[in-house]
Design a protein. Structure first.
Length: 424
């Protein structure tokens, strides 16, 4: 590839050769170190390519071998400039394009993020934007080493990161902690409590349920395994009792309670949707529109509007690049318009069950994303006059509680001694 580029820059000609002793001519070229390539024979005529300097040295060799040559084609930059030497606007445009490419090469136009799982691409891109390292940032403003340290400090799940720049591409490689920790979104003390002088904080139940698992790291447990609790009950107290030699409580040592608590609870589920609905029917007709996107500007071809009254649009973008790591802020866009029409339809019993199942699956998916373990679901669907109603409950296991300021003394439970040992 590099050799072909050098040949094109220096210029070369493609010639046809015939005559008395073409083999002798080829031997003379070899003896005089004249390079020829792409040699091929068509009858009594030989065709080959030769550099401009080599072509100028052929005259004495042609006389010795009794051969003749004819130029078939001239290629290369020297011939291009000679052919268009009077077109000054063309050369000015080429110079302007080269200057624009050089200017664009000083900025970041492509960001690759690899190895992330819990940290989404959007979160990482937003972080890079806050650190002035997003799209359109001058490459001199990006400190890769500092950026690596800031990523590890910002995202707790990231244990290793590498940031490197190649051309106009910024590549962020991360490795996350493979050990999946329990969901402790509620384990962090809320900000409204952090500035208070009160030192004791309890863990309070967020829902009604049954204690499925409890492990206390700090504090006094107020419930046991299998106990039924109500919303607002104290699960772990932030007051540690201090006993005298007689076993009487003489004082309390206050702390911020810390524990892993799994609560088995029931979520009430209710959903409804009308029996009549709008059904979308695609006609099978589609139209494509092509355009170029540059920043916030978009130019579409053809300019005429889509003739469909109702349609969906699917965009496909491809970023312009010169090589593997040299991207430009120019996108080729293909928009596919698909025509559809709507009509009023009525859910059958089978369709109603399928639609209710889809809504329930979406609801369960949202619960799972919050770290909730689904144990059982019990739902029923009923048809009314103008709508279907779905009701029931979902039994789940969740690590859920909230903090509350300790205002009362810790209750006297049978497990106080064990709790004190666990806190130590």
């Amino acid at each position: 590839m590099l050799l072909q580029l050098i040949k094109y820059v220096c210029g070369y000609v493609e010639v046809a050769m015939w005559g008395y002793a073409p083999e002798r001519f080829l031997n003379l070229c070899s003896n005089h170190d004249i390079l020829i390539w792409d040699l091929r024979q068509e009858g009594d005529v030989y065709s080959f390519k030769i550099s401009v300097q080599g072509f100028r040295c052929l005259k004495p060799l042609l006389k010795k071998s009794g051969t003749r040559i004819r130029i078939k084609r001239k290629s290369g930059i020297p011939f291009f400039f000679f052919r268009y030497r009077k077109r000054k606007i063309l050369f000015a445009s080429i110079f302007l394009c080269v200057a624009i490419l050089f200017a664009l090469s000083r900025f970041i136009w492509k960001i690759n993020i690899n190895g992330n799982d819990s940290v989404t691409d959007d979160s990482m891109l937003q972080f890079l934007e806050e650190k002035n390292s997003a799209y359109g940032t001058h490459i001199s403003d990006i400190d890769c080493t500092k950026l690596e340290e800031e990523i590890r400090a910002c995202f707790d799940s990231v244990i290793w990161t590498s940031v490197k720049r190649e051309g106009t591409t910024l590549t962020v490689d991360v490795q996350e902690n493979l050990v999946v920790a329990d969901d402790k979104a509620n384990a962090k003390l809320p900000e409204e409590f952090q500035n208070q002088k009160q030192s004791g904080y309890d863990l309070i139940a967020l829902h009604d349920g049954i204690i499925h698992k409890i492990y206390v790291r700090k504090g006094t447990p107020c419930v046991n395994l299998g106990d039924t609790v109500k919303k607002g009950d104290v699960l772990v107290s932030g007051a540690l009792p201090i006993y005298d030699d007689s076993g009487n409580i003489i004082d309390y040592q206050y702390c911020t309670a810390d524990a892993d608590i799994q609560l088995k609870t029931d979520y009430k589920y209710r959903d409804s949707f009308p029996t009549n609905h709008e059904e979308i029917l695609y006609s099978g007709h589609s139209q494509n529109r092509y355009g170029i996107s540059f920043g916030d500007s978009y130019f579409q071809v053809p300019w005429k509007k889509v003739s469909y009254e109702k349609y969906t649009v699917m965009d496909t973008k491809k970023q312009l690049r010169i090589c593997d790591s040299f991207y430009l802020p120019i996108y080729f866009v293909k928009q596919c318009y698909e025509e559809y029409e709507t009509k009023q339809a009525v859910y059958s019993k089978k369709e109603a069950k399928e639609h209710a199942a889809e809504n329930l699956a979406e609801y369960l998916k949202k619960l799972t994303q919050k770290g909730v373990l689904i144990l059982e679901k019990r739902v029923m669907i009923k048809s009314g006059k103008n709508k279907y109603t779905v009701s029931g409950s979902v039994t789940v296991l969740e690590n859920t509680f909230r903090y509350a300021v300790n205002t009362t003394q810790a209750p006297d439970t049978e497990d106080e001694g064990n709790a004190a040992d666990e806190s130590e």
